[in-house]
Design a protein around this ligand. Structure first.
Ligand code: ATP
Ligand code: MG
Length: 425
């Protein structure tokens, strides 16, 4: 036997059984986004490496150690996208979308690639649905985006998510803060871990992002960014908070929330669950007013977020318990070869009558007993059996598979209505 080939570590197959949850998730999200006037943009998975280097910033984990970068057959430096924002800005500028519509609301969905250490909730190929808005500078869009995310969890039936928000101010405010942080952490150099020592040189704000428990005390006593904010940044943040209060959305202001990427300014946020272990952030984003100019456009304010589909689908599974969404409603069985065509046509009629029903046929013949076993495995609530007698009298034997009621004969003409009643009983 040949050696079994395997998928790449950290890159998952999404198998039947799980894919139904993904589809449902994606449909619900698409509906909510449409309700807020978002339009989908479909972007390439591979971009020139410069797209990410320039936008994400070379002091970040992503650019320093996580990107899948390679030379193609022409020798061009290309990268599998590690996130969606950079490519989205590139596309918006390349196609002049903002010249046509000065305010844009876009969303994307697809795989992202980061060479991280694979573990639960952290993969090398993972999927995000992301949202980006352009041309809106005020705190109202920040608040609307947070309302939108809250509505997403509600529409998905998810509960127990915590919203953390913070403001990073604007570049000049961060410069002053950076100086104060550098002074503080330099004075405590002995207590810094190796990662933080590196960050002290390159980008001291990112020390606040440290996940090392031994660093937590030092981090929580560090100077706070809000002490360095000017009136305008304070007012912006206060307005976002006021709208959340007015809408009844609970949140926690977390002054150490800085986000991993360099391009954020002012409002940043994360939605976090405690039900998935260490990788509890399911959605994260913020304002990035400087990025469009950095990518070669005119200055245009922007805010967006991305959610991790693996983590959210896992949370849906955890909160839904063992409930399987994959089962068919109906399964059609033919007692012998002679009725197999009639069985296929009956299934077609039922799909015509109720496009929402999942109707599975037990193809491939075999004894009635073995067919009933296969019917059971589809998870169907009801089996419809066609034998010689049923075909001759234009009836069907209707057998409940999950213990609701007796087997009965139903006339074909009455079948759709009677099945609808049985299935909702
Ligand atoms: P983390 O701090 O967990 O590494 P991040 O700040 O790198 O997250 P973002 O770049 O903001 O994450 O991505 C947004 C969301 O995408 C995250 O909140 C998470 O849900 C998901 N995500 C990010 N990286 C991964 C990964 N390697 N595997 C699975 N999901 C991920
Ligand atoms: Mg990360």
């Amino acid at each position: 036997m040949k050696e079994q080939l395997r998928a790449i570590r950290g890159m998952n197959d999404i198998l039947p059984g799980a894919s139904e949850r993904w589809q449902q998730f994606e449909q619900t999200v698409a509906q909510v986004l449409a309700a807020y006037g978002y339009q989908q943009i479909r972007l390439p998975i591979v971009e020139q490496t410069a797209v990410f280097e320039r936008s994400i910033g070379d002091t970040t984990d992503i650019v320093q150690k996580e990107m899948y970068t390679f030379a193609d057959r022409n020798g061009d430096r290309l990268t599998l996208r590690p996130e969606g924002t950079a490519g989205c800005v590139r596309a918006v500028l390349e196609h002049g979308l903002l010249n046509v519509q000065p305010q844009l609301r876009l969303w994307y969905n697809g795989p992202m690639f980061r060479h991280e250490r694979p573990q639960k909730g952290r993969y090398r190929q993972f999927h995000q649905i992301g949202v980006e808005t352009y041309g809106m500078a005020g705190p109202d869009i920040d608040a609307e985006i947070l309302l939108l995310t809250a509505r997403l969890w509600q529409a998905l039936g998810l509960s127990g998510l915590r919203l953390e928000i913070n403001t990073l101010g604007v570049a000049a405010e961060r410069e002053h803060y950076r100086a104060a942080l550098t002074a503080y952490f330099s004075a405590h150099r002995d207590a810094l871990d190796a990662d933080s020592l590196l960050r002290l040189e390159r980008n001291p704000l990112r020390i606040l992002d440290s996940k090392n428990p031994a660093m937590q005390a030092l981090v929580s006593n560090a100077p706070r960014l809000d002490e360095f904010l000017e009136a305008e940044s304070r007012a912006h943040f206060a307005s976002v908070c006021a709208t959340l209060d007015a809408a009844g959305i609970a949140y926690v202001v977390n002054p150490t929330l800085v986000r991993g990427l360099d391009y954020y300014s002012r409002t940043v946020f994360e939605w976090i669950t405690t039900e998935l272990g260490a990788q509890g952030t399911v959605c994260a984003g913020g304002r990035y007013d400087a990025l469009v100019e950095l990518m070669g456009g005119k200055p245009v304010p922007a805010i967006g977020f991305a959610m991790g589909i693996e983590r959210l689908v896992e949370l849906l599974a955890v909160q839904a318990g063992e409930r399987s969404e994959a089962s068919a409603e109906l399964c059609v069985v033919s007692a012998s070869e002679a009725e197999s065509q009639a069985a296929l046509l009956l299934a077609e009629r039922l799909r015509d009558a109720h496009p929402g029903w999942r109707v599975v046929t037990v193809c491939g013949g075999g004894s009635l007993k073995s067919q009933m076993k296969r019917a059971d495995r589809t998870g169907a609530a009801i089996a419809l059996i066609l034998g010689e007698d049923e075909v001759a009298t234009a009836t069907v034997s209707v057998k409940p598979m999950r213990g609701q009621g007796e087997q009965q004969r139903i006339a074909l003409s009455e079948l759709p209505t009677k099945l609808a009643a049985l299935l909702t009983a």
